[in-house]
Ligand binder design. Structure first.
Ligand code: ASP
Length: 334
């Protein structure tokens, strides 16, 4: 069956070119598609949508919610796959946000480029072609949001940007990629262990969620006054979810006023539930009401918490959802 692909361009390095101070946004969707003549060889119709044109550091949650709504319209009009082209800097957050509110069968495939089009070895055209090959392949239906760069297919829930500049910047530290492109053929080697979708809020604009990374000899200064300014907090703790003993009580007090999620700042692995017993340990913090993020890294935990709070979830619902998404069966409070 001929695939029908809708490609949404949001900006990023893939479309940036020369300016006296460095590269800036230049190329729109039609120009980027024209740079990949191999797309014409696919059994697919492709429709470009110039949706935003900005570095991905400037994207907002509401941009992503609007993108999902526009993608739903495209699916209603017959699209069998969606491609999102954006800056790579925030893909690990935007893709996860999309995944959480995308219950539909057609896959959403996010891609971009690490090298801009003025550089030798620019990777944008290859990534765009690979994204189209994946989005047009029925074996990826129902897998939610996927991230395709460097001939690899990653689950949005697991992928991280783990290098500032390499074309191989995207990795999935806990699982590895779901699949690879081999001679232009997408191969799915593993399926995600389960996805949980949450209701799509109309907007997140009024809901602020803080992320505080704990550091050596942390005096907790960044926690002061946080409850008055934010609706929720993600704490990126040490190791398996640890804080200095002196911060255990302030964190517990915050957790009595708003959802406080405990993640690991290490970049891979899950927080623990009940191994260490000292003040400030994961066991202590969970007893004080902090919610374990499971395998979700701090950035992804913040995306989930903000979407949940914008949708009106209370602390119990937040804990239940983190148990499901961060798991398997691993999140929640004691
Ligand atoms: N600064 C760029 C962005 O995220 C980086 C990229 O596209 O790779 O928009």
């Amino acid at each position: 069956m001929t695939a029908s692909l809708a490609v949404f361009f949001l900006g990023g390095t893939i479309g940036m070119a020369g300016h006296r101070d460095g590269v800036v946004q230049r190329l729109g969707g039609d120009a980027l598609l024209a740079a990949v003549p191999q797309l014409a060889g696919l059994d697919a119709t492709i429709r470009a949508h110039d949706f935003r044109a900005m570095p991905s550091a400037c994207l907002t949650f509401d941009d992503i919610l609007a993108l999902v709504a526009a993608a739903e319209d495209a699916v209603a009009e017959g699209a069998t796959g969606i491609i999102v082209v954006q800056g790579t800097d925030t893909i690990e957050e935007t893709a996860f946000g999309i995944d959480l509110v995308w219950p539909h069968e057609p896959p959403m495939v996010v891609t971009g480029a690490m090298r801009n089009p003025t550089l030798p070895g620019a990777d944008g055209p290859a990534n765009l072609l690979a994204a189209a090959q994946v989005a047009g392949d029925p074996q990826f239906a129902g897998l939610g949001c996927l991230v395709v760069l460097n001939d690899q297919v990653h689950a949005a829930q697991r992928v991280r940007k783990t290098h500032s500049a390499s074309p191989a910047a995207f990795t999935s530290p806990d699982t590895g990629p779901l699949g690879h492109l081999v001679e232009g053929v997408p191969m799915l080697l593993a399926r995600p262990s389960g996805r949980t979708c949450v209701p799509r809020p109309a907007s997140t604009a009024d809901v602020r969620v803080a992320l505080v990374t704990l550091t050596l000899d942390d005096d907790g200064g960044l926690l002061t006054g946080i409850a008055a300014r934010y609706a929720g907090l993600v704490v990126a703790g040490f190791g398996v979810g640890h804080a200095p003993a002196a911060l255990a009580e302030p964190l517990g007090q915050l957790a009595r006023r708003m959802p406080v999620v405990l993640a690991s700042r290490t970049g891979a692995g899950s927080v623990f539930r009940h191994t260490y017993g000292f003040p400030g340990s994961e066991t202590d913090l969970r007893k004080r009401g902090l919610i374990a993020a499971g395998f979700l890294d701090p950035y992804k935990a913040r995306v989930l918490l903000r979407l949940l709070l914008a949708g009106g979830a209370d602390t119990a619902a937040v804990a239940d959802t983190f148990a499901a998404v961060g798991g398997p069966s691993f999140g929640g409070t004691e």
